[in-house]
Design a binder for this molecule. Structure first.
Ligand code: SD4
Length: 359
């Protein structure tokens, strides 16, 4: 018997032995005997109709309250998340989302955003400039084009065709910070781990703000519908054309109506490498709680790059369709805001791998 035939025989024997151990039945194919699509694995959590919205960081509190104005009246989760994340997009004190975001290394404010509903509908824009609410352009991509993601010039062209206004998003304060940064021109994402301290200078950033932080929001409405949104100006002083995790469906945001949703913040390259939000949702599908799923997704990043992960931040936030919430980060200090009928201004510190910061 040749080596190859011996190998094939051994593999077949191995396969039938494991089938016997399993019960000897073949898994159902995608099409059942009646010609219908066979169902996927059963969701493990029953759906809730208790409306709830959660989002990343302390600026999520105000964003959640805007979303709650819709959810609390029985509105749609998709409308809630779009409206909610528009709050930090408009906030001039927030230098990591929307207008007044810190620019790239060449001085351009370039924004990333994505939105997704429970049925797998999604839309995103990446590296879009001059549009104050990229989340709304992302929704238009979802609803009015056959595409999922538009980038750069094409995204701007589409936004203008849709009636969005072309604006200067670089504020004098952000421009000043950029000039300050140019003195050293060193690209070094800070570990965004403290409560936002706009203007207090704690982080050593010009103006005192972090040089990145994204709002990721997940909502469930009174009809049990899930939706998510994510929007950011990305990493301050990034290379022109750099796109982070936030507009990448499966990285910065993922929603599956049968299971739940997840979103992320932190160094987007690490999230993309690990298809982070998709991973969190898939782990929930396998039966993990949102908390366990976020922790495991964080640990994948840490295990892959143990040394590098000591000096970077990634945080995941998730909610399953039962409305259970979980979060986990590499570094101490990631917080998330929770809002429902009982309490509209909850802010919860997330657990983390490291309890002291390495920066
Ligand atoms: C990015 N994930 O562009 C975003 C930035 C961020 O906390 O969330 N920082 O990589």
């Amino acid at each position: 018997m040749t080596d190859r035939r011996r190998f094939l025989k051994a593999s077949l024997l191995g396969a039938s032995a494991s089938m016997l151990a399993w019960g000897g039945k073949l898994a159902a194919g995608p099409i059942d005997q009646s010609g219908k699509l066979a169902a996927g694995p059963a969701p493990r959590t029953p759906p809730t109709t208790t409306a709830r919205v959660i989002s990343t960081w302390d600026f999520g509190i105000a964003a959640n309250q805007a979303a709650w104005a819709i959810l609390g009246k029985g509105g749609h989760a998709l409308d809630a998340v779009e409206t909610g994340v528009q709050v930090p997009e408009s906030d001039l004190k927030n230098h990591s989302v929307g207008r007044a975001g810190y620019p790239d290394r060449d001085g351009h404010v370039s924004l990333d955003a994505s939105i997704m509903d429970a049925d797998g509908n999604c839309g995103a824009v990446a590296a879009i400039e001059h549009i104050a609410h990229p989340i709304s352009v992302a929704r238009r991509v979802m609803e009015r084009t056959p595409h999922v993601l538009l980038v750069g010039e094409g995204a701007l062209q589409f936004a203008l065709e849709q009636g969005f206004k072309k604006e200067e998003l670089l504020t004098p304060e952000s421009e000043k910070a950029w000039h300050e940064w140019q003195k050293t021109a060193k690209y070094q994402p800070s570990i965004n781990s403290e409560v936002h301290d706009y203007g207090k200078g704690k982080t050593g950033m010009p103006g005192g703000a972090h040089n990145h932080d994204t709002i990721g929001m997940l909502a469930i409405d009174a009809q049990g519908r899930l939706a998510g949104a994510c929007t950011t100006s990305g990493m301050a002083w990034k290379m022109r054309g750099r796109v982070g995790d936030s507009p990448i469906i499966g990285a910065g945001l993922y929603v599956d109506g049968e299971i739940g949703g997840a979103t992320s913040t932190g160094v987007g390259e690490e999230v993309i490498r690990n298809a982070g939000s998709f991973l969190v949702v898939e782990l929930m599908r396998q039966g993990r709680s949102p908390q366990e799923a976020c922790k495991e997704a964080v640990m994948r990043i840490v295990r892959r790059r143990p040394e590098a992960s000591k000096t970077l931040q990634v945080g995941f936030l998730a909610m399953n369709r039962a409305g259970e919430v979980g979060a986990y980060a590499i570094q101490r200090g990631f917080s998330y805001a929770v809002c429902d009928a009982k309490k509209q201004d909850g802010l919860i510190p997330a657990q983390s791998v490291y309890t002291t910061n390495y920066s």
